[in-house]
Write a protein that binds this ligand. Structure first.
Ligand SMILES: *Cc1c(COP(=O)(O)O)cnc(C)c1O
Length: 434
């Protein structure tokens, strides 16, 4: 029986496996946030998943609001996706040749996202953003880029820049091992502060190749763009002949079929994808205007390659996932679920007189334990992470699996039904009350 009983909640088997893993893998993990450092304690080892649920090695079942950090929007082991991947695997794992599946997934993305006229598939979001920036630099013949504090674009050297505040903060590496030389062309500005970006352009009118931005900042919790912010970025990049890159690795196919650019009706020059377009297998992509994409080798001189890029299994998972998402009513359904959750959380906060901020866009949400509006990285960091940790563990014990950090977004999947959403609200009310 997979039940979650908070009185006898034990993660003994996870604990044993974690001891072993820590001897073999740094921190016992292959990606840092999985280690639960943001909430204290030790990570839960998962054995399997199905639909809305994760099942851990100690016999607990959880409603999954992490969804492998975004990809599993249909829920786990979705039959059409499983069938597509099994069928592809029987035809061979990888050929290193062109396959029709690559064109099929390309066409699906191009149909859904009008700003994308051509696309190149890679294996991760990190590869997508670093390649898009190389392309923007190749196309403009300029070196500097602008990124925003608190926006995460993967772990490429030039993007690992400390969230320094203030205009014209020259890039200081955020990690040892990143030479200052690789980040000296990375300029940072505060999210939602278009005036800072304007000043950067005034200072370096001929040197800025691109702005890269998360159109919803979802790696510092969930910070929506202020009205006019993204519009101003579009205007400035046009004025100064720089490339506007929307990093929709998280928001693509998440907040609308056409991503956040569909919702705000802005056409970026390049878009980065990942997460959902791989349906849970490793896929990233960058795409955009044909004229720019034709700079990419072998048509143009900008080199970028990958042994497993466009992998048949990964393409099959992506195609099956996007086809399901294209069925009528899917995003309306996600919106409806999101709204119900928002109403429930908001009421629970009011009833319990808890000072916290619930943010949501479509099927993404975040609960900040903060009294002040969260509009950028500085304000996001003022949240009470200790209170978040208590909330996190209380939810886990009630069978609700949330991201183990205040600064990650939660995701709603199509597999969650109304009763599960009610269960989540009840658990949240109990957690914030305690
Ligand atoms: C997850 C993420 C990335 C990095 O993708 P990986 O596949 O982890 O390399 C880049 N940008 C954004 C906005 C992301 O959320």
């Amino acid at each position: 029986m997979h039940t979650t009983n908070s009185d006898s909640f034990s993660l003994e088997r996870s604990h044993q496996l974690y001891q072993e893993a820590q001897q073999l893998l740094p921190g016992g993990v292959n990606s840092p946030v999985r280690a639960f450092r943001g909430v204290g304690g030790e990570p839960v080892f998962i054995e399997r998943a199905a639909g809305p649920y994760l099942y851990d090695v100690d016999g607990h079942r959880y409603l999954d609001y992490v969804q492998s950090w975004g990809p599993m929007i249909l829920g786990h082991t979705y039959p059409a996706v499983v069938e597509a991947v099994v069928a592809a695997s029987q035809r061979g794992f990888s050929f290193g040749t062109p396959t029709q599946a690559e064109s099929e997934l390309a066409r699906l993305v191009i149909d859904c996202v009008p700003s994308v006229e051509m696309i190149r598939f890679v294996n991760s979001g990190t590869e997508a953003t670093m390649s898009a920036l190389r392309l923007a630099r190749a196309y403009t013949g300029r070196n500097k880029i602008i990124k925003f504090s608190g926006c995460y674009h993967g772990h490429a050297d030039m993007l690992l820049v400390q969230a320094g505040s203030g205009v014209a903060t020259m890039g200081l590496p955020d990690s040892p091992g990143v030479p200052a030389l690789t980040t000296q062309n990375t300029l940072t500005a505060d999210y939602n502060n278009a005036a800072e970006v304007e000043e950067l352009f005034a200072r370096y009118p001929d040197d800025i190749a691109a702005i890269i931005v998360e159109p919803i900042a979802a790696n510092m919790g969930l910070v929506p763009p202020a009205p006019g912010f993204l519009e101003k970025l579009r205007e400035l990049t046009q004025k100064y002949h720089a490339i506007l890159i929307f990093d929709e690795v998280m928001t693509g196919f998440r907040v609308a079929l056409g991503g956040m650019q569909e919702r705000v009706k802005i056409t970026p020059d390049l878009t980065c994808f990942g997460k959902i377009i791989g349906g849970g297998l490793p896929v990233g992509a960058y795409g955009g205007r044909r004229e720019i994409m034709e700079m990419v080798a072998p048509v143009g001189p900008m080199y970028q390659a990958g042994t497993l890029s466009g992998n048949p299994l990964a393409m099959a998972a992506g195609i099956a996932t996007l086809k399901e998402l294209r069925q009528p009513g899917q995003y309306e359904e996600l919106e409806r679920k999101g709204q119900r959750l928002e109403e429930g959380f908001t009421k629970a906060l009011q009833d319990n007189k808890v000072d916290a901020i619930f943010k949501r866009i479509g099927a993404m949400f975040c609960l900040y334990f903060s009294h002040e509006p969260v509009v950028d990285y500085t304000s996001a960091k003022r949240s009470d992470t200790q209170q978040f940790a208590r909330y996190f563990w209380s939810m886990l014990k009630q069978g609700i699996y949330l991201p183990p950090s205040q600064f990650e977004s939660c995701f709603i999947s199509l597999a969650l039904d109304d009763a599960m959403i009610e269960e989540t609200i009840q658990a949240a009310a109990a957690s914030i009350n305690a």
